[in-house]
Design a protein around this ligand. Structure first.
Ligand code: BG6
Length: 471
């Protein structure tokens, strides 16, 4: 019988990253610019006109040149899988070309070679917050239906090239985040406050169709591949037992759940159509697109999980500017990270149970972790970080994964975010660290880029070695 800490023998332990946050080499190897090159401060300031020297992502942690060393460190921790994204603008520098850039493709061949050398299964995100800049500037990103064709061409190139070697694929990182961060997530150049609801929801639709087309391409070109969606998971709890608060929480949650419903069931749920009608949104949806969505549903559901929120129908209780970038209101029962993200391990068990009950698809936790400031110190002549806070966060969350497994939920794996320190997405900082591996780089760009193992490195190695028994 299952005990809370019994993990399946084929559980995919690993770690997660994204190209723009680790690779650097932003203009090497024939790479074109991406939206990240005009987002030097993440989503905290309006975009820049072009690349600026204060953008840490230009060098990031130099994974482009140090990938072999980094993957060897992941192997030392016992990783079974490594989640990385392919930078779209390395493969199609502008995004609308017909022929891919061979130098970009060759780079990911080398990354996959290195994974294979260590028996690590690659888990590839096709689009992770790094739309080619040209597509944002010329087409307004995913608002424009032309993006569907450009993305399909790109996905076909990837499946043809890597499909026999890469089993696990994710079509769009946190696809639901386009509602909150249109430039970051959807390459949409029109500022959020000037974007019409119709354009925003058309962008959502275009991405969903593109995701179905990628799944179709995988079926044709890479029959052994499994394609998953990727959703930012965020349970919303009613702030009080007032039925109006309960329904407000459901409404907030549905803004996220709708994406999984469409990816898994292949059609728009009634509550979503009603919300579009209520907002006066009329979408262009062809019969062919409806058929695509219905036929090419996902093999598994992956998600990120960092926070839960509370929700209320009483707008006067909404407090703005408390540091929490997510919708919803602050939960008075929870503590928060230094960046205001509320910490809720039980929420992960709730999400796992809810998603499993709802979709009956294998679930993959492809992001979780604590962004925190670390202090590099010397112990017995070695530089390290004593990151007990990070160990506690991950341990508490993994215990809840164990509980969900005991509840009968099918969980494929766990890839904590930023397994090696990287540049954060929302604030573009180095100092918001998630890693088991410390990277010597500071917010002002100084540092040697040397790597050091934190205390959590040994902790995670033991978790993997014992298949969760050490939790
Ligand atoms: C997720 C993204 O939203 O959260 C990652 O998929 C991001 O790209 C991660 O880095 C953590 O957010 P942040 O802002 O702390 O980097």
């Amino acid at each position: 019988t299952a005990t809370p800490h019994t993990f399946p023998t084929d559980f995919l332990w690993g770690g997660a990253t994204a190209a723009n946050q680790i690779e650097g080499a932003y203009n090497e190897g024939g790479k074109g610019l991406s939206i990240q090159d005009v987002m030097p401060h993440g989503i905290t300031t309006p975009r820049a006109d072009g690349p600026t020297d204060d953008n840490l992502k230009q060098v990031a942690i130099d994974f482009y040149h140090r990938y072999a060393e980094d993957i060897a460190l992941f192997a030392e921790m016992g990783f079974k899988t490594f989640r990385f994204s392919i930078a779209w603008s390395r493969i199609f520098p502008l995004g609308d070309e017909t022929e891919p850039n061979e130098e970009g493709l060759a780079f990911y061949d080398r990354v996959i070679d290195e994974c294979e050398k260590h028996g690590i299964a690659p888990l590839v995100t096709i689009s992770h917050y790094e739309t080619p800049l040209h597509l944002a500037d010329t087409y307004d990103g995913w608002v424009n239906r032309d993006l569907i064709g450009f993305y399909e061409r790109y996905a076909r190139v990837l499946f043809a090239r890597y499909g026999a070697r890469v089993k696990y694929w994710l079509t769009f990182n946190e696809i639901n985040s386009v509602l909150h961060a249109p430039l970051l997530s959807g390459g949409i150049n029109t500022p959020k406050d000037q974007l019409t609801k119709t354009d925003l929801y058309q962008a959502v639709h275009n991405e969903l169709v593109a995701s179905a087309l990628a799944t179709k391409a995988a079926r044709e070109l890479a029959p052994t591949a499994q394609v998953g969606c990727m959703i930012l998971a965020m349970p919303a709890y009613p702030l009080s037992p007032d039925p109006d608060d309960v329904f407000a929480a459901l409404t907030t949650e549905r803004t996220n759940l709708a994406f999984g419903d469409i990816h898994v069931r292949g059609e728009y749920p009634g509550y979503y159509l009603r919300s579009l009608r209520d907002q006066g949104v009329e979408l262009v949806i062809t019969d062919e697109e409806r058929a695509l969505l219905k036929e090419y549903t996902v093999d598994f559901v992956s998600f990120s999980y960092y926070v839960s929120v509370a929700e209320t129908a009483d707008v006067s209780q909404r407090v703005v500017g408390e540091g929490n970038i997510f919708p919803g209101v602050r939960n008075p029962t929870l503590k928060a990270s230094e960046w205001g993200w509320q910490i809720d391990p039980v929420g992960l068990r709730t999400v796992l149970n809810q998603f499993w009950d709802r979709w009956q698809k294998p679930l993959f936790i492809v992001e979780n972790g604590l962004g925190a400031k670390d202090e590099l110190i010397t112990v017995n002549g070695r530089k390290t970080v004593i990151d007990d806070y990070r160990i506690a966060y991950l341990n508490d969350h993994l215990v809840q994964v164990g509980e969900a497994l005991a509840d009968g939920v099918d969980v494929m794996g766990f890839t904590p975010w930023g397994c090696i320190d990287l540049v954060s997405a929302s604030t573009a900082q180095m100092s918001k660290r998630y890693g088991f591996i410390y990277v010597d780089r500071n917010d002002d760009g100084t540092g040697t880029l040397d790597r050091f193992k934190k205390k959590s490195f040994g902790w995670y190695a033991e978790v993997i070695e014992s298949n969760g028994a050490s939790l």
